[in-house]
Write a protein that binds this ligand. Structure first.
Ligand code: SIN
Length: 420
């Protein structure tokens, strides 16, 4: 059977949350390029922002706008902030846990936040949320999951999407038809040599958007995270969460002196680090936690502690070498406030989409929040507006032809990211 009510491409939190907010009567297909649990959402360390109370609205708005260089779409920021408490409530209903202290939730701080408003679960908030949502989706009887299946193209005619073309695990191509399709394919880190993202995340949906003249936006708005663990080994860069600096960690130069305010917006701190590396003629700067973080470091940051120990650094005793790395894509497939693309019946959510909420530089820990808010809205819009339509029959796809054609659009994505 290759006909579904809804097809979701991607199993980060935006794809999963959309699936959980579609009605149980919908017949849903989820495809994912790798295995279900290898998405960037699982890697998120810092946490998820929430509007603390009514008084926090203005400062949350201002922090998001200041970080985004005031290029953010205000309506999108407003919607994200106003929906934040509701989606955190959804997560808690799904039994997601957040760290607590004697007075309730324990909030952390990161760069450009004027106050601590970030909920977290140790240093593995993304894993806590994503694994929980993933397990809930696996329980749904109305959902079919195809792992190791790559989106190759969409089926479209007269600016309407009728489904997707997928390369399955056995390398065969197949057309899958749907009334509505949601692209939740994640970021572009796989196009970079040093990225905190999984290497299989290569902006595939962007190439498809270019091929079909679907609107894209802010294609050169790429976020470089200030701190990943420096190593001369190849492979995915290991993130050192900004919450480490939020809890007091400091950056030092080769002589042991602080050289910047560590809690400025990400792009500003990244620039300061690159300048310092240049001055010091060093491939990294150092990050110190011991003596600066007033808590049990290994307990608060167990994932970072374990990883650094494996690499030969005890963060409770010594500083670690850190270097900026590609982390996030603020641009993407242009969507409206309902997550609809410029093509009918095609939605985009999460990092692959651009609703303008982040402006030119995303505020720390707004990405999980944005993904949840706007994927839920997409699911609700589909529930309200999608209906059965006859679809044209598309020819059986030819892999070689696709590969040659898509290579051209993949290169166009790379060129746009570099040049725009
Ligand atoms: C971090 O923990 O520094 C990353 C969180 C984010 O990307 O917002």
């Amino acid at each position: 059977m290759n006909k579904y009510d809804v097809i979701i491409v991607g199993t980060g939190i935006s794809g999963l949350f959309a699936a959980l907010h579609l009605g149980k009567e919908k017949n849903i297909l989820i495809i994912t390029k790798s295995s279900m649990d290898l998405g960037d959402s699982f890697l998120a360390q810092g946490g998820i922002c929430v509007q603390l109370d009514d008084n926090d609205y203005d400062s949350f708005m201002e922090d998001t706008l200041r970080s985004g260089h005031y290029e953010n779409k205000i309506d999108a920021v407003d919607l994200m902030i106003r929906s934040s408490r509701e989606v955190i409530g959804d997560l808690i209903n799904f039994k997601v846990e957040f760290d607590q202290n004697d007075s309730g939730f324990s909030y952390t701080k990161e760069g450009a936040h004027s106050k601590a408003r970030i909920l977290h679960f140790k240093d593995s908030t993304g894993y806590e949320i994503s694994s929980n949502l993933s397990n809930k989706v696996k329980e749904l009887k109305n959902v079919t999951i195809l792992e190791k299946s790559t989106l190759i193209d969409i089926l479209s005619k007269d600016n309407r999407c009728y489904g997707v073309v997928v390369k399955k695990e056995n390398n065969e191509l197949e057309n899958f038809y749907s009334q509505s399709t949601i692209l939740a394919t994640g970021g572009i880190g796989g196009l970079y040599q040093r990225s905190t993202n999984y290497p299989h995340l290569t902006g595939d949906a962007l190439a498809i958007a270019l091929k079909h003249n679907i609107k894209v936006k802010d294609m050169d708005y790429v976020q470089i995270h200030p701190t990943s663990l420096y190593t001369d080994k190849a492979g995915r860069a290991f993130l050192i969460s900004e919450s480490v600096r939020g809890e007091g960690g400091v950056l030092i130069d080769k002589n042991g002196n602080r050289f910047t305010d560590e809690l400025q917006p990400r792009d500003v701190v990244t620039k300061a680090i690159y300048e310092q590396m240049q001055k010091d003629q060093m491939p990294y700067v150092k990050l110190c936690m011991a003596g600066y973080i007033d808590m049990d470091i290994a307990k608060r940051f167990p994932g970072i502690y374990d990883h650094c120990l494996e690499q030969g650094y005890d963060i409770t005793k010594e500083s670690i070498p850190v270097v900026p790395a590609q982390h996030y894509f603020m641009g993407g497939i242009e969507v409206d406030l309902k997550s609809k693309t410029s093509m009918d019946n095609l939605y985009a959510v999460g990092e692959t989409s651009c609703n303008g909420v982040h402006g030119r530089n995303r505020l720390a820990s707004n990405s999980l929040l944005e993904s949840l808010v706007f994927s839920k809205i997409a699911a609700h819009d589909i529930m309200k507006n999608s209906h059965e339509v006859d679809h044209p029959i598309f020819p059986q796809p030819d892999y070689l032809k696709y590969e040659l054609m898509m290579e051209k659009y993949r290169q166009m994505v790379v060129d746009k990211i570099r040049k725009e």
